[in-house]
Design a protein around this ligand. Structure first.
Ligand SMILES: *Cc1c(COP(=O)(O)O)cnc(C)c1O
Length: 217
């Protein structure tokens, strides 16, 4: 199946970059996919999944988590502050910490629930006005403010601008992570995960290349 093909491509991209494939987490992005496709990928042994919508994830994952051991769920979509409670309860990682109001809500929920998802700060590497994410210049201050709230972000995440070469964005993200002492890099999707691995990605988010095209109809 496609999953094997993607795993092989991850392994060879890692080898070419002189990296250990074991340090790269493949997140299978299952948003909007029909259940049978997700179950097939679970049956093939994949355990790390990405979702974009809290409500959709809440609807489908509890039952699969009962049936399959060791499932890890990563929130990779924009997170509304009023979904912070549900997100902290459901996800093992949140890649889209992108503003102070959300940081405050997450900090409160982490304290209340005694459960701390791994956190990535989303960076708007292309300085795109319509896109979520912290601007590169503002990252050190944002991270300091997060730490003041008791949060410990471990990595950075980016979605490069449509239609641009993603590599300069991956490089920027890697440089920012290095400058700020963060070990994890969430970057690379179906079209560019091999380039992201070459630039140091530790988490790649691959949807359609594993599951097929999404049907939003
Ligand atoms: C949907 C989505 C992906 C997966 O995209 P594909 O091109 O299908 O691999 C990755 N990251 C984010 C943030 C997404 O929203």
């Amino acid at each position: 199946m496609e999953l094997d093909d993607i795993r092989n491509r991850v392994a060879s991209a890692a080898r070419q970059a002189g990296r250990d494939a074991g340090e790269i987490t493949l997140i299978a992005v299952s948003k909007v996919q029909p259940d049978d496709r997700v179950v097939a990928v679970l049956d093939a042994g994949q355990r790390v999944f990405g979702e974009n919508y809290v409500q959709e994830a809440q609807g489908k994952w509890p039952a699969w988590r009962d049936r399959y051991d060791g499932v890890a769920l990563h929130m990779i979509g924009p997170l509304q502050s009023n979904k912070a409670r549900a997100a902290v309860g459901l996800f093992d990682a949140i890649h889209t910490l992108d503003r102070m109001s959300l940081a405050k809500k997450l900090a409160a929920q982490i304290t209340e629930q005694g459960r701390a998802p791994q956190l990535f700060v989303q960076v708007n590497t292309g300085d795109e006005p319509q896109k979520a994410g912290i601007l590169a210049d503002e990252l050190p201050g944002f991270l300091a403010a997060c730490r003041d709230l008791g949060l410990s972000p471990e990595g950075l995440m980016c979605i490069p601008p449509e239609g641009e070469d993603p590599v300069p964005h991956f490089r920027l993200l890697r440089r920012l992570a290095g400058e700020n002492g963060l070990p994890l890099l969430s970057m690379g999707m179906s079209a560019d995960f091999e380039a992201a691995i070459a630039e140091g990605a530790t988490h790649i988010r691959v949807g359609s290349a594993i599951f097929g095209a999404r049907d939003y109809g």
